[in-house]
Design a protein around this ligand. Structure first.
Ligand code: ATP
Length: 216
């Protein structure tokens, strides 16, 4: 079990906090709105009403002892930046911050945010990939050329082994895991044979992923 602080309980922050709790972790949730704190208080380990730009308040909550803090304040960019700065200066090892614009992200990077996320943009990319190729179940960009995808196996691959299919040569993609009946088969060997309803987690170039996806 790990301990997280989530600051800002809008749609993103509260859904993140709830999921962390479901995954078995301890969450201290903070918001400057009493109503938001009230709403989540039954779900998380601790919910506190505080202003994240108030350094003394954060110190009193013992936040320096947390390994990971997530700042999910959107509209008030100034509060998001100040809270990030305070958390980094207090020595929180990993500070993850939601950004709402490129400029916001640039400032966050300069003041030491460890990870900057654009939830709407990232979700937009994922949904675009699954709409463009309906057998793509999930997509994650690694950089501008490479990505990881979870795809439903094209019917004509069923009953064939990874060796037979030679996917690395044909599409420039590598199968890093197979999901079968809710179980994960990590790093499947060349002799692994695809079965009906398998999904594969594959890594490769965008072109390779598209070529593989179009087979479905
Ligand atoms: P989402 O899209 O995730 O719903 P958002 O990007 O629209 O959220 P806001 O609604 O502006 O972001 O802020 C998210 C939450 O952060 C709100 O519940 C707000 O009360 C809280 N918040 C804003 N400023 C502070 C602050 N200084 N300290 C603590 N919480 C704050």
């Amino acid at each position: 079990m790990r301990e997280f602080v989530v600051i800002g309980l809008g749609r993103f922050g509260s859904s993140l906090a709830r999921e962390l709790v479901d995954l078995g972790h301890s969450v201290l949730a903070i918001d400057a709105s009493e109503a938001k704190v009230q709403e989540i208080s039954e779900v998380v380990s601790h919910a506190v009403y505080a202003n994240a730009t108030d350094e003394d308040a954060l110190k009193a909550l013992g936040i320096r002892n947390f390994e990971v803090a997530v700042v999910s304040i959107g509209e008030d960019i100034q509060a998001s930046i100040l809270a990030t700065l305070i958390l980094k200066e207090m020595g929180v090892k990993t500070v993850v911050v939601k950004a709402i614009s490129v400029l916001h992200a640039k400032v966050l990077e300069k003041i030491g945010a460890d990870r900057i996320i654009f939830p709407e943009r990232e979700m937009g990319v994922k949904v675009a990939h699954s709409l463009a190729a309906p057998n793509v179940l999930d997509y994650m960009s690694l950089d501008k050329d490479y990505g990881i995808e979870e795809v439903a196996i094209p019917e004509k691959f069923i009953g064939k082994s990874l060796m037979d299919l030679n996917l690395r040569v044909k599409y420039g993609i590598t199968v890093i895991a197979i999901k079968r009946n809710n179980e994960l088969i990590p790093s499947p060997g060349a002799e692994t044979i695809f079965e009906n309803k398998d999904t594969a987690v594959i890594v490769g170039t965008r072109k390779g992923l598209k070529g593989f996806g179009d087979k479905g």
